[in-house]
Design a protein around this ligand. Sequence first.
Ligand code: SAM
Length: 385
Amino acid sequence: MNTQNENACSFGVKGLGINSIAELSYLFSEWKQSGFDKICIFGGKGLGKKMEIFLNEMANVKVDFYCDNAESEWNENCISPKQLESFKHQVVVFISPYNYQSQIMEQLSKMGIRHIIPLVSFRIFQDYILECKKIEMKKSEFVQQGSNKHRGKLELLADENYEKDATKAIGNAWIETDRYYDDSENNFHPEGCGMDVFWGKNSTFLKYFEQLDCSSIVELACGHGRHIQKYLNKAKAITLVDINEENIEFCKKRYSNDTKIKYVVNAGSNFSGIEDASQTSVFSYDAMVHFELLDIISYIKDANRILTNGGKILFHHSNAAYAPEKSWIKKPHSRNFMSADIFAYLALRHGFTVLSQDIFSWGYGMNFYEHLDCLSLCQKIRDIN
Ligand SMILES: C[S@@+](CC[C@H](N)C(=O)[O-])C[C@H]1O[C@@H](n2cnc3c(N)ncnc32)[C@H](O)[C@@H]1O
């Protein structure tokens, strides 16, 4: 990359359509070495603030101050252009407002400021803003759920196949997704569903799991069986259930030496093939968050059938009961329609006591969603069948 400036200023338009964080960091280190070690954002509102977050979070660069033409904006963090002039041999300036960008560039270059980056030409930042906008839209609709509002006509927005067989469509999303299975098992998964979440020392999942009697345990939606190794030694009998035959076959091979494991490929909504009152626990992680509410009702009901009295369910499910017309795939982290309260209601109505529920956030950085999920631990207190 050529960082030598033929002209006085390194205008963004002159080739600084910076495409990657690496490129940006490289430029910063070059500039820093030649004494340009102060970062300023021109225009402190809106986009300027986003720029500061972006530089800090994505490029680990700290903004030193703002500058603005408007006197009303000046404060200890925001200087006037005249004050900025005294930093001209040290400062890199990002220009945030779209409207006056060319005028400000001219103004700054006349002042002798050499490193000026207008945001319109700063491609990675544009992508970032677009992404933020999408996420803000998603978030605002997510937050809406508690507010007073009138609602008009609602129609299912989901595509045709989804309407026809939602259970199957959801199941199909987990065929040949080796990246998910490998990454999540190795703690690399970008959505934050690595092993630590479930089995880390301070994990609520672990705290609840320890309350299960593992004498005869069912793991629902087992995937490639990454959780089994964590309870294999404790359990006397294990039944693995999954809608996808590929996953069950994978687990059969993986655990071929373990005679205490049984395998069931199901149709996605019940525990058929498992005997009545034969199990002490049923649990499911990182899967039911995507399931159809109608299937969850059926699973809770059938869990009552296969559990002994006093047996427990431990289910990680969604807490995103909003936008009922939308398909799960279009919601944050593909969470389906369900909430802690709805789940509690269903459990209570199907012969369970709710022992404990934990609502928690999911994701990192821009994909962080507060209160998106819930973990429910419930105990069977009576037969309903
Ligand atoms: C995200 S993976 C999680 C796998 C595993 N629980 C884990 O944490 O590694 C989702 C799993 O749910 C399974 N699945 C999807 N819909 C299902 C349904 N209705 N009933 C049972 N399993 C289902 C998929 O086949 C897949 O194994």
